[in-house]
Design a protein around this ligand. Sequence first.
Ligand code: SF4
Length: 121
Amino acid sequence: MNGQAQSSGYHFGYKMLMLALFAGGRPPDWREDAACRGVPPETFVSVQNMAKAKELCAGCPVLAACRADQLAWEKRNSPTRSHPVGVVGGLTGAERRDVHYPPAEPPPPTARLALWLRGTG
Ligand code: SF4
């Protein structure tokens, strides 16, 4: 393991990715067919490799199962809005966070007009 791999940021990301893919127990059956099988985990954790990771995921035959398992795992284990790390299931941490906590939609124009007419908008 090199010096970069031992930095706390990397270690945390690596741990999150491993927890995400293996959930601390037996790897899911779909792992056998994963495009990332045998690919160094740092590919999915480092920001510099994000495009490559997303490309791998885009062509992965188990993308749907991986994404569903990852989102379910995060929902069970991340009750706060903590920023998930790494590309998993084709989604970056920020994209997965938006799935869990969709950004607030702006009010429709009619609602904005009503607020403006009331002098509160
Ligand atoms: S979708 Fe991406 S992270 Fe998930 S198994 Fe496939 S290559 Fe790996």
